[in-house]
Structure formats: structure tokens, C-alpha cells
Design a protein around this ligand. Structure first.
Ligand code: GDG
Length: 492
């Protein structure tokens, strides 16, 4: 739905909401997930535009729209994929922002590619946003875009949401380009984080590094107010409720238990195969519980779904090898013929199958070493309408800030992890129901659609000066689409 004067609402994310079924193929599928559904719905209501990378470095013919929203691609070359995506995004920022669980690597070439790709996103956005439009930028790959875009288009209302944690100052200060990242984010009118703690980490760092004044929730940047806050993301609760009620999904859950040999207890883990998710810590705890005789193959069984992720990255390849070795050791030592202790699936599956697994599982193990939120924890709880099921949850997941009634655990403490899993399995059913009931009330407070509305409503009430600019400067902002032009002195 192209509009000559541009779009009033623009979402900017690293990826478009569609992906190619097979590389080299030309059939595009919607990317799964509550976030895509929520943002699509918001954009549909405003005839908005989604800007992102199509996911392939070769030129491709992506669809011009998706479920009634317009799509605009930002191209990334093969070298930029290596340096901007695998390099700076996933081997510098990702580990640094996740407590440096793996050592972040700092490479100037990666940084230069990050700047170049962020500039391209800002330029494409500036060409398509209407005068005074609202632009919502997502995640750690695009932290420079708010400031770059503001330079091109001071008339825009700019929001940014970070899906992953924002680190404490002690870690963030390692980043050679720390000041540029903070200045980049400060180009926003509203910066949202998953947790209040992340928001205050950012504000403290901004005051220290850039010398802005203000509180943890409001910073004064060059005469503008930048609001900072926590907007914990959620899930599509109604969709999950519909699936839980469907007879096919319920029948599949029963079938899964039967295929597992109708054990007394099914333990479940579902994660992207990522070193931040604590999958190995969980497998170690379960292995020791089998060795101690607390768990017995046949009576107890674990299912671990490890969704393939970032497979060309050597850290992830190594993680996969170590995990598969650990699983095969447990099964070698504690399984029986036809009755493995741990069922391991390294594959993507339809969401319906995932919901059937959530329904089939008595104990859900969510043990990341650090996680922005963790939607799996919320999805599991949303599935347990009959109040059965127990959630073991790492205190280092953003979800733990809200989900206090879970069996909370420090996954680094192997004994505590074993004790917590044992406590969850053997808890008095009444006490476990009370916990699940509290968790369900908590999760029901806000779904992903309300999350998006909350953010956009708050963004809509920011920065009066934006409205004044948009009214007075139509001619002024036209044609400001190139950062190179700006830097040459086209517009200061
Ligand atoms: C980042 C942050 C934050 C998983 N396997 C399959 C599948 N999934 C879906 C789950 C869930 C989602 O993927 C995973 O979400 P998480 O929150 O656990 O994790 P990240 O991918 O690391 O996401 C995280 C999130 O952004 C949102 O802000 O919570 O902290 O790291 O929804 O259901 N879906 C399908 N098949 C699978 O095999 N269809």
C-alpha cells in the first residue's frame, strides 16, 4: 500500500517478517512468532510499512506486501553479512550484552560494517516515512539508527526497543565504540527495555559517558527529552488458548506421552540452540539426577528441543557438539533399549507441535544464563489452563522479574538446579496448582498486542517539539535522505 507522501507508521527491524522457504527458492513464508503477528496487526491498523533485511545476500524479489502491510528491503552484501551480522551483532554485542558468557570479540572491520549497514537502514527509512511519522526501531543490530535517522529527519517520532538485556556499566565499558552506541540510542524519543534494571543500566551509562542529565526514566539530550522505560514483552495468549482447546492439539499431546512410553514425569526444554540458554547446565543436572537414582529411565523422561540457530558461527557449532555429546552420554549411561533418558530434537517444528509438547510436559525447564525475557516460559504457563504443570525458571531470565511464583533457580549452581528440579517434580499438587494459578494471572495481565500498544501510546505522548517541527518544516525535511549529503554540509 505505497503512499506518495510516505507511511505514517514504520517498523524497522533486522529481518523482514517473511523468509525464503529454501535458499535460492522464490517462495516466501511468513516468519513465525508472536512478535511478527503483533507488529503486523499494529501496522495493518495504520497501513504501515515494515523495513528489514530479506535474509539473503543475493538480490531477490521479495513480496511487496504481507498480510496487508507494505515491505521494503534493505540489502546486505555477503561481506556485510559476515562483518555486520555474524561479526559485530552476534560475536561482539550478543555475548557482551549477555553477561559476556563468551568473550566478545572487538574488530574494527566489524564495527565499520555495523556503521555502514545502520546508515543504510536510516537512509531507507528516511525515504519512506511521512512527515511527522512514527518509526519503531527494533533490537541490538540497529542501535545507531535512531540518531542517524534523526539527523536526516528531525520531524519523526522515533522509538527503539531492545529485545535482549542491556549490560551493567562494568561490562558495557569494554566496548571500544561505547559512546557511539549510547549516542545512537539517544536519537530516540522513547527507548524501551525488557526490564527496569536494563533501563536504569542504560540511563546510568548515558549520564556517565555522554554527560546527559536527568533521571533513570527521563534524560535531557540537546534540549530534547528522551524517555526510558521497561516494556516487558509478552505472547499471543488468545492464539495459544485456541490451540490448547483444539482437539487435534490435545490428541497430539496424549499421543506424545504415549510415544514416550507413558512415563510418570515428562521434563521439557525448548530453546534456540544458543550458549546463553543454559541447555548444557540443565542436561548436566538431569544426568546427575539419573546417576543419583532420583530420576529413573522409563519413569522419568526428558525432551529437549534445540532449534537450529546461527549455524555458520563456530561458537554455535561447538555448543551443538558439546550438547550432543552430553545427551549421548546420559543416554549411554542411563537409558534402556527403546527408552532413552533424554529425547533430543535438533529441528524446527510447527507451533501446534510445540503447544502439544507444552501440554504433554509436567515440568518445564527454562534455565538461561542470561535472557532478555524468554517467551517459552510464558507460553508454557499460557498452555496450562487446568493449572497442572510446573515451571523451573532461571533468575537470570527477564521473565523471572514478573514470574515470581515459578521455581526460581540459579542455573550456575548445579546442586541448586538439581534440588529445584526435584522440588518441582515432587511438590504437593495443591501447592503447585497455587503457583501455576499465580503465574497464569501474571501472564494474563498483558499480551503481545497490549505490549505493542503500550509502547506506541507512550511514544505518541513524547516530545511535543516533534509535532511543532512536523507542522513547520515540510519543505525543510524533504530530500534529506542521504547521510553523506548531510555530512558534506547539505544540512547541519
Ligand atoms: C529474543 C530474546 C526475548 C522456538 N522453537 C520453535 C518456535 N520457537 C519460538 C517459541 C518462542 C520463541 O521461538 C523463542 O523466544 P525466546 O524469548 O525464548 O528467545 P529468543 O529467540 O532468544 O528471542 C528473548 C525475545 O527476543 C522477544 O523479545 O524474549 O529474551 O533473546 O516464541 O515459541 N516456534 C516454532 N517452531 C519452533 O521449532 N514455530
Amino acid at each position: 500500500m505505497a503512499q506518495r507522501e510516505g507511511f505514517q507508521l514504520v517498523v524497522v527491524a533486522n529481518r523482514l517478517p517473511v523468509h525464503l522457504q529454501e535458499p535460492g527458492d522464490q517462495s516466501w513464508l511468513p516468519s513465525p512468532g508472536g512478535l511478527v503477528s503483533a507488529l503486523t496487526q499494529v501496522l495493518q491498523a495504520h497501513e504501515g510499512l515494515w523495513i528489514g533485511w530479506p535474509g539473503v545476500t543475493e538480490s531477490c524479489q521479495h513480496p511487496a506486501d504481507f498480510e496487508g502491510i507494505a515491505l521494503e528491503a534493505v540489502q546486505i552484501s555477503r561481506d556485510e553479512y559476515e562483518d555486520f551480522y555474524l561479526g559485530f551483532s552476534n560475536a561482539t554485542l550478543w555475548p557482551l550484552y549477555h553477561d559476556a558468557i563468551r568473550s566478545p570479540s572487538f574488530q574494527r572491520r566489524w564495527w565499520n560494517a555495523y556503521v555502514a549497514v545502520n546508515e543504510r537502514f536510516a537512509e531507507v527509512t528516511s525515504r519512506h516515512a511521512a512527515i511527522g511519522a512514527t518509526v519503531w526501531i527494533h533490537d541490538y543490530q540497529l542501535q545507531l539508527v535512531p540518531e542517524l535517522l534523526r539527523r536526516l529527519r528531525p520531524d519523526l517520532r522515533i522509538g527503539f526497543f531492545l529485545h535482549i538485556p542491556f549490560p551493567p556499566i562494568e561490562l558495557f565499558m569494554q566496548l571500544p565504540w561505547r559512546r557511539r552506541i549510547v549516542e545512537g540510542l539517544l536519537g530516540s524519543d522513547l527507548i524501551g527495555f525488557q526490564e527496569p534494571h536494563a533501563a536504569s543500566n542504560f540511563s546510568r551509562i548515558a549520564r556517565r559517558l555522554v554527560g546527559v542529565t536527568g533521571t533513570d526514566t527521563r534524560l535531557d539530550r540537546l534540549g530534547r527529552t528522551v524517555r526510558v522505560g521497561a516494556y516487558p514483552i509478552s505472547i499471543d495468549i488468545a492464539r495459544i488458548a485456541r490451540l490448547v482447546e483444539s482437539s487435534e492439539v490435545r490428541a497430539r499431546a496424549i499421543q506424545i506421552r504415549s510415544e514416550l512410553g507413558n512415563p510418570e514425569v515428562v521434563l521439557l526444554g525448548v530453546d534456540r540452540l544458543d550458549y546463553t540458554k543454559g541447555i548444557q547446565h540443565r542436561i548436566s543436572a538431569v544426568a546427575e539426577l539419573f546417576a543419583d537414582g532420583v530420576l529413573e529411565a522409563g519413569r522419568h523422561v526428558m525432551v529437549q528441543v534445540a532449534v537450529p540457530s546461527r549455524e555458520s558461527d563456530p561458537h554455535y557449532e561447538r555448543e551443538r557438539r558439546l550438547l550432543e555429546q552430553a545427551v549421548s552420554e546420559v543416554n549411554g549411561e542411563h537409558g534402556h533399549v527403546g527408552r532413552p533418558a533424554v529425547h533430543y530434537l535438533h529441528q524446527n517444528m510447527p507451533f501446534e507441535e510445540l503447544v502439544a509438547l507444552y501440554l504433554a510436559a509436567d515440568v518445564m525447564l527454562v534455565t538461561p544464563l542470561r535472557d532478555g525475557m524468554n517467551l517459552v516460559a510464558k507460553e508454557y504457563v499460557a498452555c496450562r489452563a487446568d493449572l497442572t504443570g510446573r515451571l523451573v525458571l532461571s533468575e537470570f531470565a527477564g521473565a523471572a522479574t514478573e514470574m515470581r511464583a515459578a521455581y526460581l533457580v540459579n542455573p550456575h549452581d548445579l546442586d541448586e538446579l538439581k534440588d529445584t528440579i526435584t522440588a518441582a517434580i515432587s511438590a504437593d499438587p495443591k501447592a503447585a496448582r497455587r503457583r501455576m494459578s499465580r503465574l497464569r494471572r501474571q501472564v494474563a495481565r498483558r499480551d503481545v498486542y497490549e505490549w505493542a500498544d503500550d509502547f506506541l501510546n507512550d511514544l505518541g505522548t513524547t516530545s511535543q517539539q516533534v509535532d511543532e517541527l512536523a507542522e513547520g518544516t515540510h519543505d525543510d525535511v524533504r530530500g534529506r535522505h542521504s547521510l553523506a549529503h548531510l555530512l558534506e554540509g547539505g544540512h547541519a
